[in-house]
Write a protein that binds this ligand. Structure first.
Ligand code: FMN
Ligand code: SF4
Ligand code: SF4
Length: 252
């Protein structure tokens, strides 16, 4: 079973490719989070978790979702982390999660895909994003082959920098940066409600047809990236940046 979480579509795209290559089912963690109920999932094939990288690790919301979900059947677990550049020592945390859940850790692989963090960093334009996506596809295909063959994914030795980024810097990052206080909406808003409907944490409500952020955000960028009229900004940093968003309808 291929379980994905995706803010702006990269991880969903990777998950779809893996599911197709492995002939396996897709499961949307976004939808499950929005549903808000504890799930019991059964699979006879390996669990493959496909997620973005947040602060050099799997997103905290995903780790918490895995913790509270009951999994029956196959105990093999793989992790594919899409990222803008690298995911540090994320593998160590995925392996520790596997120990807590009684999974057999099959390895973690990073896949470089377009940077989506427009609240903090420049994002690629359409042409550059297409080039990065095209370059990622063969790597995703090769990883799917390894998974299909039941092989462990090759793991690299963690560097000191990687350990620092995924450890203390990750904690600082969540404490200091992850907040919805910087989001604002401009007069261009057409009140379509897409931002509210897409937020995996149901953190947005429409008040007088305009989004209101309610304080429970994981900076997935779905609202700001997916607004059809680019009416949302994050402080001053998102101004003029390309809105990166390729998430398809949430239909596995
Ligand atoms: C909150 C946040 C944190 C991020 N942290 C990292 C990171 O530590 N390393 C990295 O290479 N990319 C990082 N990125 C970039 C995303 O991981 C990358 O663009 C990913 O493919 C987005 O996947 P999605 O489209 O499925 O949401 C971050 C993006 C966000 C929104
Ligand atoms: S997606 Fe954009 S236009 Fe639609 S309600 Fe949200 S901010 Fe307004
Ligand atoms: S408020 Fe926006 S950035 Fe925060 S979790 Fe919801 S969709 Fe993602």
């Amino acid at each position: 079973m291929i379980c994905y979480f995706s803010g702006t579509g990269n991880s969903q795209r990777a998950a779809r490719q893996i599911a197709k290559a492995c002939g396996d089912a897709l499961f949307s963690i976004n939808q499950s989070l929005r549903g808000g109920k504890a799930e019991t999932l059964h699979t006879d094939s390996p669990l493959v978790f496909v997620t973005p990288t947040y602060g050099w690790r799997m997103p905290r919301v995903v780790e918490q979702w895995v913790e509270k979900t009951t999994f029956t059947g196959c105990r093999d677990a793989y992790f594919i982390l899409t990222c803008g550049s690298e995911c540090g020592n994320a593998a160590a945390y995925a392996e520790a999660l596997c120990k807590r859940k009684g999974f057999v850790f099959g390895g973690l692989a990073e896949v470089v895909m377009p940077e989506n963090y427009l609240a903090l960093f420049p994002t690629p334009d359409k042409a550059e994003a297409a080039r990065i996506l095209a370059a990622a596809a063969p790597r995703i295909g090769a990883l799917a082959e390894e998974i299909r063959a039941g092989k462990p994914l090759p793991q690299e030795k963690a560097t000191l920098a990687g350990r620092l980024k995924s450890g203390p810097v990750n904690s600082l990052f969540y404490a200091a940066i992850i907040s919805d206080k910087g989001f604002t909406v401009g007069d261009g808003c057409i009140g379509c409600g897409l931002c509210a409907g897409r937020c995996p944490l149901k953190n947005i409500t429409l008040v007088n047809k305009r989004p209101h952020w309610n304080g429970s955000c994981t900076h997935c960028m779905a609202c700001i990236g997916g607004c059809p009229v680019a009416a949302i900004e994050y402080k001053n940093s998102s101004k003029g940046r390309h809105r990166y968003y390729i998430l398809e309808e949430e239909k596995p």
